[in-house]
Design a binder for this molecule. Structure first.
Ligand code: FRU
Length: 513
């Protein structure tokens, strides 16, 4: 499938070779000012398989990553070091450390050891800043005689001065909450069960604390508290988008129980390639940052990349916002902002179009960019005249990323005015691979305008990052996101970008950059 150097994403982490899935053990080393990212790794093949390891990568800027040596190994060839998390044990509650390890580097991994007969929780500690690990000699620290008990995510809870673990009893649709004073002894506190989308099983839970935005016009019922908690749960298969995806609930956490505010379930990314989201244990500014696996169990083992399979998403910063869901109601929503360190990249020229009214009867094409290296970022702001709605033959506004080797291959971002929805069509990419219907089904993102200009005109905004074979779309400043991979013949880089509009006096491009 073409030249590796032309189809490997530039700002999305990929392993040098072999298979990767979930992000694991995300933490920030305050001493070295270094971000650590571990991942489910099969170095021996480009499909998932045992033995499964924790691969490792580090970054100074959250944009470019260096792959490090394998960090955690399973104990035998028919077993796996499955997903889990990392904490910094500043106060040496575990007793694993002495004064030779800086408190900011007392990394302890909590992970699932998977064998043919059980899944149980193991801990391992590092005295060299997260590169090599020693297994605790009394593992497992938590076992319930189950083969479906995995993916512990641990955090420190200030109010109760305890470690809190959320872990999936996957096929019972339970997220179990445990507490511990020392990471070794765990007490079961509660189960959060059968909420939201269930699919076939729950995986990869996560609990994060957010600050509520300080606005009160709409009178949120919990406006007295300035904190809000989010419980993330990945489900696979059976997600609303097809295959696997990550949902979340907003609510309260009191140190033992998580309760949701509403019965509504949210999907953190409306695309098909955003699974097993995990947030970093800490961060320099106290904000919530996370990484997901940019693939989907429905087709991950078949995508045409070699000698590696799968990429990470960009790092995203998550914040709570009051989101205008429709003209009458705003709700609390997690907003996603991509983290890109522009100084570490060498962006080429920018084309800008401002205030273009597209007024031809026939579709027109704007050639926006050609023959570039594979990474583009764009901001598109446009206004739609409401006279568009209900028109029988309403054509869409489309942005195409077109394959270089074969211009019949493209991925299309369309806007369908009647449905007030965007759609992504990736049914026209690399031929043998497109047979998988879970890949080629159109993916839609319902959307509200970013602004109602007046009763006649609404404005929409799309911020996109296309990186060789991944397109991340942030609608209306990240209120909704859709992440999707695509694969073109002969190297997956993009040759050309076109904007196409097909109707009179309906659209106005405010800005394209
Ligand atoms: C999620 C998952 C986890 C498990 C890991 C195994 O993608 O199935 O539940 O720990 O992958 O690789």
């Amino acid at each position: 499938y073409g030249n590796e150097s032309l189809n490997r994403p530039l700002v999305h982490f990929t392993p040098n070779h072999g298979w990767m899935n979930d992000p694991n053990g995300l933490w920030y080393d305050e001493k070295e000012e270094l971000w650590h990212y571990y991942f489910q790794y099969n170095p021996n093949d480009t499909v998932w398989g045992l033995p499964l390891y924790w691969g490792h990568a580090t970054s100074k800027n959250l944009t470019t990553w260096d792959q490090e040596k394998i960090a955690i190994e399973p104990l035998s060839d028919d077993s796996g070091a499955y997903s889990g998390s990392m904490v910094v044990d500043y106060n040496n509650t575990s007793g694993f450390f002495d004064n030779t390890t800086d408190p900011r580097q007392r990394a302890v991994a909590i992970w699932t050891y998977n064998t043919p007969d059980s899944e149980s929780q193991y801990i391992s500690y590092s005295t060299d800043g997260g590169y090599t690990f020693t297994n605790y000699d009394s593992n497992p620290v938590l076992t319930i005689n189950s083969t479906q008990f995995r993916d512990p995510k641990v955090m420190w809870h200030d109010e109760t001065q305890k470690w809190i673990m959320v872990v999936a009893k996957s096929q019972q649709f339970k997220i179990a909450i445990y507490s511990s004073p020392d990471l070794k002894n765990w007490t079961h506190e509660s189960d959060f069960t059968q909420e939201g989308y269930l699919g076939f099983q729950y995986e990869c839970p996560g609990l994060s604390r957010f600050t509520v935005p300080q606005t009160n016009e709409t009178g949120f019922t919990n406006s007295s508290s300035t904190d809000k908690w989010a419980l993330f749960i990945s489900i696979n298969p059976g997600s609303p988008q097809g295959g696997s995806s990550t949902q979340y609930f907003l609510g309260e956490f009191n140190g033992t129980h998580f309760t949701t505010d509403h019965s509504n379930t949210n999907v953190i990314d409306l695309g098909k390639d955003y699974y097993a989201l995990q947030n970093f244990f800490n961060s320099p500014d106290g904000s919530v940052y996370g990484i997901a696996w940019a693939s989907n169990w429905a087709y991950c083992n078949f995508v045409p990349t070699d000698p590696w399979r799968s990429s990470a998403s960009l790092v995203r910063k998550f914040t709570l916002e009051e989101f205008q869901a429709n003209p009458e109601t705003s709700i609390l929503n997690i907003k996603s902002t991509p983290v890109i360190d522009y100084d570490s990249l060498n962006f080429g020229e920018t084309s800008s179009y401002h205030n273009e009214t597209l007024d031809t009867e026939n579709p027109i094409n704007y050639d926006l960019a050609k023959n570039f290296d594979g990474l583009i970022e764009f901001n598109l702001t446009y206004r739609v005249n409401n006279s568009a709605f209900g028109k029988a033959d309403f054509a869409d506004l489309s942005l195409y990323l077109i394959g270089e080797a074969n211009s019949n291959e493209y991925i299309q971002l369309g806007f369908e005015g009647n449905a007030a929805s965007f759609f992504i069509d990736r049914g026209h990419s690399e031929v043998p691979f497109v047979q998988n219907p879970l890949f080629t089904d159109k993916i839609s993102v319902n959307n509200q305008p970013s602004q109602y200009i007046n009763s006649q005109v609404s404005e929409y905004k799309v911020h996109g990052i296309a990186d060789r074979n991944i397109l991340e779309l942030y609608f209306n400043d990240g209120s909704q996101v859709s992440t999707n991979t695509y694969f073109f013949t002969g190297g997956n880089f993009i040759g050309q970008v076109q904007l196409e509009v097909g109707i009179d006096d309906v659209f106005q491009i405010e800005e394209f950059e």
